[in-house]
Design a protein around this ligand. Sequence first.
Ligand SMILES: [Zn+2]
Length: 398
Amino acid sequence: MSTLITNVGELVTNAAPDGDPGQGPGSFAALTGAALVIDDGRVAWIGLAGQAPAADDAVDCGGRAVLPGFVDSHAHLVFAGERSAEFAARMAGQPYQAGGIRSTVAATRAAPDEDLRANLARLIREMLAQGTTTLECKSGYGLTVPDEARGVALAAEVTPEVTFLGAHVVPPEYEGDRAGYLDLVCGPMLSTCSPHARWVDVFCERGAFDADEAAAVLAAGRAAGLLPRVHANQLGPGPGVQVAVAAGAASADHCTYLSDADVDALASSGPGGSGTVATLLPGVEFSTRQPYPDARWLLAAGVTVALATDCNPGSCFTSSMPLCVALAVREMRMTTQEAVWSATAGGARALRRTDVGHLGVGARADLILLDGPSHTYLAYRPGVPLVRAVWQNGHREF
Ligand SMILES: [Zn+2]
């Protein structure tokens, strides 16, 4: 069953006409007056609408824009409870501290499986309705062997991009025994969780884990067959980015407080698909009233930049990639093209995926029909529900 999607005002492909997804932030690409054919869950053809081949079915987009589905490469969705009172207190002047995670840990441990599963399903539905067709999901609110195992198993029900984050914070029961908790994370917790996960992550930050501890967690994860990614340099300057690059991490996430050496390390971390992506999470700065990361500095240095939500009940409870695009443009001075590339192809790089984030021939048929003539509308009309239709794997979901 093939579907022709035609009369597309702007078709954002992030790909050359031959389907090559290209390299680097410069590869935003779009066609006007375009069409595409999807068949068997894949993009089978892209080109000018007047040259489109016949298909079993057709959708007339009425001159609206079509984009690749968003790739949200950083989310914490397995949790119970909420922290709106903490948010309100923060807006009244109290600073964000990593230890707030512990209140969600307590609620999550106490919740039955069906509550966690229902909350996860609700959030994923919310994300899909806003155009997110690929997402990463972390554990990290269990922090015991059975609770972390439950976290990764639930995440694996909804996405292949599952991240083991036992090293989120040291839980209260290990307050006086950090070494004991690290042994648990790198030993029985990792071996129980690794069959359900693709990635290992660590919160390398003052109040969480230091450079040596983070490097040990990543090395243990690698030995268990997981690929590293790191929460780095969110709350202040620190070693997180250097630890990430040294470990060959796919992504260093947050990157809010960077040094020249950090930017150099990211820029020289490896070409194309093998380097460490800087994943910026502007919803966090919005929701914690912190300074935004310097996206222009990273882009000028040639660093590959991704945008993601960091959806979680504490520091940023948005599931909206369109909001992140708007913040990146307005607050971080990314161009609309850079922001859309980073929210799609950039996220794919951060997950080392070549099948999503672009609409070249052969790509997975994940696409968004936008209620506007171009991608610019995502930032030009902030806060407006512009995602009119979503196809995931060739199936129309909305
Ligand atoms: Zn996070």
